[in-house]
Design a protein around this ligand. Structure first.
Ligand code: MG
Ligand code: FE
Length: 176
């Protein structure tokens, strides 16, 4: 329990702000990934991996809430929704271009790396204030983000080949 430290420690203030940012980021991730998965029709392997990561993402948001609640028992998580990640979310969410599957995977990889950076920062901040529970939780979440980023990167070439094969075939939808 770190509540006793919250006083006027600017390091704790930043940690709490960054946890709120991470919570907003995960809420945004869930909505982007859900939109993405629901639109995929011809790429079942990618769809299944995204669906697995939706489950992970929902759990991550809950874990971040537990970190925040140790500082503020009344924390609800609703205040921080729909903030900083909206632009990127719209870029990924509303895609109807003819290569939407490719752009979605590309932006997914970018977003996972944004998450990786966020958790590296949170781990360092948690360490700085001695919040070992937050450090441990963020280290676990980081591993899931790294796994998703690695999976996407290692499947981009295969996905592109599958997309181009479908795009070239007559009367075959490729974009989703
Ligand atoms: Mg995440
Ligand atoms: Fe993620």
């Amino acid at each position: 329990m770190q509540s006793a430290q919250t006083g006027n420690d600017v390091r704790v203030e930043r940690l709490i702000e960054w946890l709120r940012d991470a919570h907003a980021m995960e809420a945004q991730a869930e909505s982007m990934l859900s939109k993405q998965a629901s639109r995929i029709e011809h790429y079942p392997e990618l769809k299944a991996r995204i669906e697995q990561h939706i489950t992970e993402t929902q759990n991550q948001a809950k874990l971040i809430e537990t970190c925040l609640q140790r500082y503020d028992k009344s924390y609800s998580g609703f205040k921080d929704l729909g903030g900083k990640m909206m632009a990127m979310g719209q870029a990924m969410g509303g895609m109807t271009v003819n290569d939407e599957i490719i752009k979605g995977a590309q932006m997914g990889y970018v977003f996972e790396n944004l998450e990786i950076a966020s958790y590296e920062i949170l781990i360092a901040a948690a360490k700085a204030v001695g919040d070992t529970q937050t450090e441990e939780i963020c280290t676990r979440i980081l591993a899931e983000e790294v796994a998703m980023a690695d999976w996407l990167r290692s499947h981009l070439a295969e996905l592109t080949q599958a997309y181009l094969t479908r795009a070239q075939a007559p009367n075959t939808e490729a974009k989703r």
